[in-house]
Design a protein around this ligand. Sequence first.
Ligand SMILES: Nc1ncnc2c1ncn2[C@@H]1O[C@H](COP(=O)(O)OP(=O)(O)O)[C@@H](O)[C@H]1O
Ligand SMILES: [Mg+2]
Length: 247
Amino acid sequence: MLETRNLTKSFGAVHVTRSVSLKLERGERRVILGPNGAGKTTLFNLLVGELTPDGGSVHLAGEDVTALSVPRRARRGLSRSYQKNTLFDGLTVEENLGLAAAVPTGHATRLWSDSLRQPEIRDTVAEVAEQVNLMPHLHAKVSEISYGVRRQLEVGVALATRPLVLLMDEPTSGVGPEMSKGFHDLLNNLPRDLTLLIIEHDMDLAFAVADTITVLNYGEVVFDGLPEEARGSTLLKDIYLGSWEDA
Ligand SMILES: Nc1ncnc2c1ncn2[C@@H]1O[C@H](COP(=O)(O)OP(=O)(O)O)[C@@H](O)[C@H]1O
Ligand SMILES: [Mg+2]
């Protein structure tokens, strides 16, 4: 569903992505681990098209998308759950979901209040709101909801575009332990055929949701395999030191 082949990227003399080859099957849930500065976010930027690689390629559903722009990749089903500044504060949760749902249908070019009335959009909004536990907040303005609910809405907005592949960069960063648990439930609620690639620093969450794990260190894939193999790996213990002990 999503594949990279020998992806490389340097900033000046710093090799931030070193020949990264990954392959995600449809419905696979893969967690990317790695210390700060390992190149995880850069890899996401290369995947969605915000950065152009120096070498290598990105493939989505069997097609080489390396030369395609961010919106073109998004239209082909690659979606990223953004943090910050992607929500409309003055609109309600429902309206934000409706706008996102309208993008793939082409209705977004009309007045947003019209697009919310389209039956297919109403259906998508209801379905997504259920999936990410936003039903109690549908009519609240984004400016009124808590930080944790905002994070849920960011995932909802990404889902409302009906992606094949969803990328999430540290979805639980800044939320407390009880929200982390809620996020686990939220991920479990997502459609099983949706392919997920998640950068996550919370080890418990990572091991709970991952079908497969990739570990990046200095821009290089140093582990690619099953969570149970990752747990036993001394290489990972060396990279993570203390934090790995509690996992
Ligand atoms: N646009 C950029 N220009 C220069 N250096 C960058 C840029 N983006 C990231 N880097 C550098 O690349 C390295 C990896 O960053 P990043 O991908 O954000 O790591 P991670 O998400 O794993 O913490 C860091 O050393 C960072 O300073
Ligand atoms: Mg990062």
